[in-house]
Write a protein that binds this ligand. Structure first.
Ligand SMILES: *Cc1c(COP(=O)(O)O)cnc(C)c1O
Length: 369
């Protein structure tokens, strides 16, 4: 039984490096020039990851990722706009819920949880409803790990003269997205996912002209990205108390990211993790829910064993006692569990996690996989 802190194989919060956690051992004043430089440097590095410095602003926002998604929709979709929400999982449903709560008109298009939305779907939907002003898409739908075809959908949205809002929370930093090639009005991610920072801030890449035209759209004082950006551009400071330790940790995590080799290296490490996980689990007879072609190397959904002696809660507790935190499934129709491939882990940890799963299934006498 492991006494060390367990390894998080979840979609965030996730396992961070000691160095990233160490960066939080300083108390920063929010007026301090050095802290403002830290914020500016962090935003510049984030923009550089998607080649967005010319076209987009990076606006950081306190809170979890959902806060930033809500802020992006609230700020960029005018009150008389209409959003087409593309859904194939729980995070897509959350986008629709945000539109509903904010009082933005929206329609939804849902595909099965193992079926990506296609550019042809979006083309047809935009032809059918000229009132749509914005399309909202989840890049990697973390509730299964499915990858939606962002570049193709972005192309169609642009061809129709509409605007695209992308929740790239669980893909940004690991899967390539180039703002010079993929047109989007806003793309949203957060500190505690593939960049391997700690949770506590989101950020929105907002197209410069769209942001400049968004004054007065927002329903909320604190979630207004136009105001957040204007204040920061004027003063170099956050508008309200910044999550200082989170910014410092993200800044350190970004230094580490570049030393590791940036996006290609991060992508490769996660792809290796994902393959090691899939291979190891297949040897145990555990089947993944998605076919390889639409599986992002971020998180994998596995079918639960059929044996009645398998119960997720007991399975989870036993795997945790061996040092690994897994994640429950998020599907309504089939019994599943999930294992993340992201965080400061490599194939050694993935193989050890598979070995722990094998032992636990044996202990629980789960035979019917
Ligand atoms: C993690 C995640 C979010 C944000 O969730 P929070 O719990 O608010 O951090 C949003 N969208 C996707 C696709 C995610 O993976």
């Amino acid at each position: 039984m492991s006494t060390a802190a367990p390894i998080l194989l979840t979609p965030g919060p996730l396992t961070t490096s000691a160095r990233t956690r160490q960066a939080m051992m300083v108390d920063w004043g929010s007026w301090d020039d050095r802290f403002n430089q830290l914020t500016a440097s962090t935003c510049a590095q984030l923009l550089a990851i998607l080649n967005g410095a010319e076209s987009h602003h990076c606006i950081p926002l306190q809170g979890s990722g959902t806060f930033a998604v809500e802020a992006a929709i609230g700020t960029l979709v005018p009150r008389d706009g209409k959003v087409l929400v593309l859904i194939n999982g729980a995070y897509g449903k959350r986008l629709a819920k945000i539109c509903e709560v904010l009082g933005r008109t929206f329609s939804t298009f849902a595909t099965a949880e193992d079926e990506p939305t296609t550019a042809a779907d979006v083309d047809r939907l935009l032809h059918a409803d000229p009132a749509i002003t914005h399309v909202a898409l989840i890049h990697c739908e973390t509730s299964t790990g499915i990858l939606n075809p962002l570049p193709q959908i972005a192309e169609v949205v642009k061809r129709h003269g509409k605007r695209l809002i992308v929740d790239a929370m669980s893909s940004f930093g690991a899967l390539p997205i180039d703002a010079r090639q993929v047109p989007f009005e806003a793309l949203i991610a957060a500190s505690g996912k593939c960049l391997e920072g700690v949770p506590g801030m989101g950020f929105v890449f907002a197209e410069k002209q769209a942001l400049a035209a968004a004054q007065g759209n927002c329903h909320s004082l604190a979630m207004d990205l136009f105001e957040q950006h204007s204040y920061m551009a004027k003063t170099g400071q956050w508008r309200f108390t910044p999550p200082t330790h989170v910014v410092a940790a993200l800044h350190e995590a970004l230094l580490h990211y570049h030393e590791e080799g940036g996006l290609p290296a991060r992508h490769q490490r996660y792809a290796n993790n994902c393959q090691a996980l899939l291979d190891g689990m297949a040897e145990l007879g555990l089947r993944s829910f998605l076919p390889a072609a639409i599986q992002a190397p971020i998180i994998v959904t596995f079918h639960a064993p059929k044996d009645p002696r398998y119960q997720f809660k007991a399975f989870y507790e036993r795997v945790k006692a061996k040092g690994f935190i897994l994640y429950p499934g998020k599907l309504t129709q089939v019994e599943t569990f999930r294992v993340g491939c992201i965080g400061h882990v490599d194939i050694a940890e993935m193989q050890a996690a598979v070995a722990a799963v094998a032992q636990v299934l044996q202990e629980m006498e789960v035979l019917d996989i």
